[in-house]
Design a protein around this ligand. Structure first.
Ligand SMILES: [Zn+2]
Length: 399
């Protein structure tokens, strides 16, 4: 039972429905998941692994960017290895006459020269296949038959370039592409966790109870915060009474009530805000949405109840703190601010300068004072130290 509860909790709070997706792709549940009676964790795992298999197959079969670099051609099988250049694919297409299935690329070259045996190639293959083979250049500087990864200049595979390639393919396909102002989300001036939540929201992969039901998770559909209406994205972030009041407390009610942002679905509403508001305001909105979601989870799992005012104020303060630190950091990186140096200066003629310092020893209950007088040439005139048996503030002490 404990394990089951943990799984439920993971599913409802943390699980991203589509773990391996890119910002512009969406991966739909398939019919297999609907027909099986799986528990929530299995649903997410199956969805993820099936999509991962799919992505792996894509790389392997359709968009593979590795191919053999030809030296002698001894080790490269004509019909079984990817070795041709060009955009039409790295494999020699099938079917071909039976005899060529046993050949290596070497058999298509002249004996002592690294050039294609044109007559032989044209005899063995169909016109199109022969044309593509003969268009594959033979580079004399290549010293061994070797598989190279074309996405990297050095020919070595890297996870980074593999990922980019897979994403390029998936984003380019209509099935996975979701139109929207995605850059507006990532340009928002907000902590990354807040932008990430905004992204999940727009991708429809935030486990609200309506989304969970779509994924065959049987659960109560009522909003965990107000317990009145059905919990979908629009309700929990925009229509729930608690959410609406927290928008006001965060100073964002003008954005909430702007007629330009009254789209019927949550994704369009967020994109409209991203397109029309400054990146600072989008950041504030993202931070507030994060706080609302955080409050929802805190209520659901810890039974902690926060007032809308607290939620809004928290978002307001958290954003301001983040912004301040972020600005300071970016300023110090660009070197636009210089440390203000304070140096002691001599007093003017006929003036005496007195410098005072106060120190406290924690736990001693005593305050120590040091005083120093200097004339206009900077020469020491008089000094004094003393301590007293009371602890006063630095301001009081130096006064
Ligand atoms: Zn509600």
């Amino acid at each position: 039972m404990a394990i089951h509860n943990f799984i439920r909790r993971t599913a409802e709070v943390d699980a991203d429905f589509n773990l391996y997706e890119d910002e512009n792709t969406i991966i739909h549940d398939d019919e297999n998941h609907r027909s099986n009676n799986l528990d929530p964790s299995q649903i997410f795992n199956v969805a993820s692994s099936s999509e991962m298999d799919h992505a792996r197959d894509l790389i392997r079969n359709q968009i593979i960017e590795s191919r053999w670099r030809i030296e002698s051609g001894d080790n490269i099988r004509v019909m079984h290895d990817p070795w041709m250049r060009g955009s039409a694919g790295r494999w020699v297409p099938s079917p071909q006459p039976a005899g060529v299935y046993q050949l290596s690329v070497r058999d298509l070259l002249h004996e002592n020269y690294k050039v294609w045996n044109i007559a032989k190639v044209q005899n063995l293959f169909s016109r199109d296949a022969a044309k593509r083979i003969l268009e594959t250049p033979l580079v004399s500087s290549v010293r061994e038959d070797k598989v190279v990864w074309e996405e990297e200049r050095n020919g070595c595979y890297s996870v980074k370039s593999g990922y980019k390639l897979a994403m390029r393919y998936m984003i380019g396909s209509d099935k996975h592409h979701v139109a929207g102002n995605w850059n507006g989300i990532w340009k928002a001036q907000a902590p990354h966790k807040a932008r990430h939540l905004l992204w999940r929201l727009c991708r429809g992969c935030l486990p609200t109870r309506c989304r969970l039901l779509e994924r065959r998770v049987e659960c109560n559909l009522n909003c965990p915060v107000c317990d009145i209406e059905t919990e979908d994205e629009l309700h929990i972030f925009f229509r729930c009474a608690v959410a609406r009041d927290s928008w006001c407390a965060a100073g964002l009610s003008s954005v909430l009530h702007n007629v330009a942002y009254q789209q019927s679905n949550d994704m369009d509403r967020n994109f409209a805000v991203c397109s029309n508001e400054s990146s600072d305001t989008v950041g504030r909105v993202a931070m507030l949405l994060w706080s609302i979601w955080h409050n929802r989870n805190d209520k659901l799992w810890n039974d902690n109840v926060q007032t809308p005012r607290h939620i809004g104020r928290y978002a307001f303060d958290a954003w301001n703190d983040w912004y301040l630190v972020h600005k300071l950091q970016s300023n110090s990186v660009s070197g636009t601010t210089e440390a203000v140096l304070v140096r002691w200066e001599k007093p003017a003629l006929s003036w005496v300068k007195c410098n005072v310092d106060v120190a406290f020893l924690p736990g001693s209950g005593r305050t120590s004072v040091g005083v120093c007088f200097r004339d206009n040439s900077g020469q020491f005139m008089a000094g004094m130290t003393q301590w007293q048996q009371t602890v006063i503030s630095p301001v009081e002490g130096e006064a």
